[in-house]
Design a binder for this molecule. Sequence first.
Ligand SMILES: [Zn+2]
Ligand SMILES: [Zn+2]
Length: 361
Amino acid sequence: MKAAVLNAIPGILEIEDIDIGEPGPREVLIRTVAAGLCHSDLHFMEGKYPYPCPAVLGHESAGVVEAVGSMVHYVKPGDHVITCLSAFCGHCSQCTDGHLSRCENKNTELVRQPGEAPRLSRGGEAVHQFLHLSSYAEMMLVHEHAVVKIDKEMPLDRAALIGCGVTTGMGAVFRTAKVAPGETVAVIGCGGIGLSAVQGARIAGANKVIAIDMVASKLDLARSLGATHLVNASETDPIEAVRDLTGGGVNYSFEAVGLKQTAEQAFNMLRSGGQATIIGMIPVGTKVEIHGPELLSEKTLTGSNMGSNQFRTDMPRFVDMYLDGRLKLDEMVSKTIAIEDINAGFEEMKTGTVARSVIAF
Ligand SMILES: [Zn+2]
Ligand SMILES: [Zn+2]
């Protein structure tokens, strides 16, 4: 099958023909229908986060079940599924405590064991599966705990976005921060994840949703998705602007860029008792500094991984929100591309002008 392989870091993706195995007892074989280009893939390609090579990248996808292993009862061939990198074991203390996205066994129990044939290979050599998924391929072979079944009415190219960006942004609002109606929210960075946080804040009933970015076209998109106020950080100091708009600071800020500077801004635009949630992937080795005495005003700085999701609950809810018109995904897909155009898609992402490109298989 055709797949986009990362052979060296830093590096670009090469379209190659690779082999995929048969489903083991608890595995699901999926025909990939759509896969989104997420900034996290780019972080790995650029070497900001380590990963073993060769690997098939991609982790935001949706497709149709082709075959299942002997012990899989949850899905059957023909079912439509969204994949999620927050694969869970179901029995570690984090899982049983309801924090499935923090599963402690995901990298030991949900992968093929030593001595077993690899899920992905190339001329007999193992190819690493990226984050339990490897979505930039015509087929995916995953653990059954990495998929959620969805309504067949849901278009799969829109469903793919729910697989990472939407769940990360909306989950940060609903599950990590738990924004309540009437509260004030600021979102720094209006890419796919930031725009999802903007939509989450709107759906949660926030009174002010302040979108911050340096690209005017992204701010316009944020307004159409629910932002009540826009701040162009290339023209204005975002901390001052947020304080002015809210009479001292927001209840909740969300950082969806992944930089030291914007993480510190997120903390510094809070009112007393406010919470800053860092969603962006701050490069390994980078430290974030806050002014210690600020903690006396009971401000919180926290992170959110994949929106603290319980994805088998959350993703079908997001599907319903799309189908009833509250969650806007059509506006977030800037472009549909072929897998051969994947590197051009990432180049375009670097310019900061596109919200989301989606590969159609
Ligand atoms: Zn992602
Ligand atoms: Zn677990």
